[in-house]
Design a protein around this ligand. Structure first.
Ligand code: MSP
Length: 665
């Protein structure tokens, strides 16, 4: 019998900035669901891609001094390279500059137009380039209510989509299919928005060129969201391969961040209804990764990158942290502290330790032959453990089904914790000393072995590499990904499990413990290198708390005076200075900048003693987003010259008298 299909998507990512941990999160979630569904017997297709058109990209390319296509090629390649490095093997990757995608957009539009849902009209109003949307009611100062950036006045003759005609049908959709938008809280937001009334939507642009031209009116290009959303169909053959399209469309779930829910839950179904196409089954909006309480994003310059974590701790550790730490649907705070704590406690001491001690004992006591379950040895504790195994299987699968990964992992780790306790309770290392207790010893190690087998299968979607290694060490030769989740649960429901004795492989540590301080520093240094490849090597000891460059592509062009004016530099007088414990380069300073005294952490300890700084006049970048260094908040940055790879930082100061707080221009 043919397998049922499951088609899921990530958003296709904008190419105006390099991929960071926020983008990685959605992609890791998608890959985890894909792996899980495969183990549930589905024929899975998982799509991602890059969103390459629009004014934002056109402008970023101009600033970088390259064509939009060159710019898009570069960043799109970076996305693909990152997904390769993190072993996120997407089945489809759509670039919106591909010809097949243009055909898909034209076809969807033609169908909507044929049904009478498109008309030509004029528009005059404010436009937010960052969010790529018209703003009907800007905030005072013409700021965008979503992102608070200045909007621009536009006057255009456009093609309009009759969104207003879909209000009732959309409300009916949310009503009839209550799980169309998930989670519930987000669904309520969407409902309120649609109930508030829908205005027709301009779906063409003439004020810039970087987009797909309308076939019959080339002066117009498609609105970037009309273009981008259609990529979900392009990826499965729309306008290209009917058989493939029939097989996989509609999408079973579109995974999105909460900020783009409206486009997916309101505009997208309306575009599809207008063209007479089937709607996706579900839109799931997740929360944001925050860093120091702010959304991680290019514009705030507080991005964290996934590569350092993957290179220092491994890809599985990165996946585990992202999925365990954030309750799917809510916001989560990223900190390296909690990453490393989780790594050592859950992975090294938890799963890794259970695997190595169980396998080592089987090796030592039974010559590597897994003991069969001796029925006569069962006691009340064994029955409890068996029951827990069954419950955990059911619970984990139930949580996976609702994409509640943190709870699924919590359940799996409950079993790990319980088996740890069980081993301490029955002490196989004592049982082995008395021959009369060898039957009991077989039972105890069988229980631990069986639990490891269950944990490996259940955790495989999240930890694909580590569980495969454990699986081999358990003595299996077929890939763990071929295991069936359903069979595992059924087996446990029947009280059945692995009963044959067989030979295990060689035990090796899957998650070696790390020294937190050392790992922290390695991750931090690599982050810096990614943020600022040129400066990272030169400014080895320069000021810490530095503004992260925006993540724009290397080789970006010169900035205008208006960009420079955004940096607020002020004269500061150092009031106090002390070392940051455990950090050789960092000093914590209190600096008077006129209107207030600021705490700033600076990487200048190799060149200056705390005492030598008191009373010194320095230059402070005063409008940097706060950032924590070694857990100490830094509210700004001290400017210093960097003097080469091993050179010491030299503070920028004044030869004439200046008051604290004076602005540098
Ligand atoms: N191009 C549009 C999407 C078009 S889909 C038809 C876009 N691109 S984006 O590059 O800005 O990526 C947005 C997505 O990246 C979010 O929806 C979310 O999935 C992910 N994230 C970006 N920053 C994030 C966090 N700080 N935290 C979690 N996810 C975030 O919007």
């Amino acid at each position: 019998m043919a397998k049922p299909k499951f088609y899921l998507t990530t958003p296709i990512y904008y190419v105006n900035a390099r991929p960071h941990l926020g983008h990685t999160y959605t992609s890791v979630v998608a890959d985890t669901i894909a792996r899980y569904k495969r183990m549930c017997g589905y024929d899975v297709v998982c799509l991602t891609g890059t969103d390459e058109h629009g004014q934002k990209v056109e402008r970023a390319a101009k600033e970088a001094g390259v064509t939009p296509q060159e710019f898009a090629d570069r960043i799109s390649a970076e996305y693909r390279a990152l997904w390769r490095e993190l072993d996120l093997p997407f089945d489809r990757f759509v670039r919106t500059t591909e010809p097949r995608h243009e055909r898909a957009v034209q076809m969807l539009f033609r169908k909507a137009q044929d049904q009478g849902y498109v008309y030509k009209g004029g528009y005059e109003g404010q436009y937010c380039v960052f969010d790529e949307m018209y703003v009907d009611e800007p905030l005072p100062g013409n700021l965008c209510p979503e992102c608070k950036r200045p909007t621009e006045r536009v006057r255009e003759e456009n093609y309009f989509f009759k969104l207003s005609a879909f209000q009732e049908r959309l409300l009916e959709l949310y009503e009839k299919q209550p799980d169309f938008v998930q989670p519930e809280s987000r669904r309520n937001e969407v409902l309120a928005f649609v109930r508030g009334g829908l205005r027709d939507l301009s779906i063409s642009r003439t004020s810039f060129k970087w987009g797909i031209p309308f076939a019959a009116d080339e002066k117009h290009i498609f609105y970037v969201w009309y273009d981008a959303l259609t990529s979900y169909m392009t990826g499965v053959g729309y306008a290209d391969d009917e058989v493939e399209f029939e097989k996989y469309w509609p999408a079973d779930v579109h995974l999105v961040g909460k900020e783009i829910l409206r486009f997916h839950a309101v505009y997208w179904p309306a575009f599809l209804m207008a063209a007479g196409e089937t709607l996706p089954k579900k839109i799931f909006a997740h929360g944001w990764w925050l860093f120091a309480e702010e959304k991680m994003s290019k514009s705030r310059g507080n991005m964290q990158y996934p590569q350092p974590i993957a290179r220092v701790l491994g890809v599985d550790a990165l996946r585990y942290f992202l999925l365990r730490e954030m309750v799917f649907g809510q916001d989560g705070n990223f900190s390296r502290e909690s990453l490393l704590t989780r790594y050592n406690s859950d992975l090294a001491n938890g799963l890794g330790n259970l695997a190595s001690r169980t396998l080592t004992m089987i090796e030592q006591y039974f010559g590597g032959r897994v003991p069969a379950r001796p029925a006569r040895e069962e006691n009340g504790r064994d029955a409890e453990v068996e029951k827990l195994k069954h419950e955990v299987c059911e619970e984990a699968l139930r949580y996976y089904e609702t994409y509640d990964f943190s709870r699924a992992l919590e359940a799996i780790w409950r079993l790990i914790g319980e088996i740890d306790k069980y081993l301490v309770e029955f002490q196989p290392w004592v049982l082995v000393k008395e021959k009369a207790k060898w039957g009991r010893l077989e039972m105890v190690l069988y229980q631990a072995y069986d639990a490891l087998r269950i944990v490996s299968v259940l955790a495989h979607p999240v930890l694909p590499h580590a569980t495969q290694k454990i699986w081999e060490q358990l003595g299996n030769s077929t890939p763990i990904s071929e295991q069936s989740m359903k069979a595992l649960v059924e087996q446990k429901a029947n009280g059945a499990g692995e009963r044959q004795a067989f030979q295990i492989g060689k035990a090796e540590a899957v998650f070696p413990r790390v020294d937190k301080k050392e790992a922290f520093e390695r991750i931090e240094a690599m982050e810096e290198e990614i943020r600022n490849p040129a400066a990272a090597s030169a400014a080895a000891g320069a000021t810490a708390g530095a503004a992260a460059p925006s993540g724009a592509v290397a080789g970006a062009a010169k900035i205008g005076i208006e960009d420079f004016a955004k940096v607020e530099m002020r004269v500061g007088v150092v009031k106090s200075a002390e070392r940051v414990p455990g950090a050789d380069k960092l000093l914590k300073l209190l600096v008077d900048i006129g209107e207030e005294v600021r705490q700033v952490v600076a990487g200048i300890a190799v060149a200056y003693t705390p005492e030598s700084l008191i009373g010194k006049k320095v230059v402070v970048v005063a409008n940097l987003a706060p950032r924590k260094l070694r857990g100490v908040e830094s509210n700004g940055m001290i400017v210093a010259a960097s003097t080469g790879p091993d050179g010491k930082p030299v503070l920028c100061t004044f030869t004439e008298d200046v008051p604290a707080g004076a602005r540098l221009k």
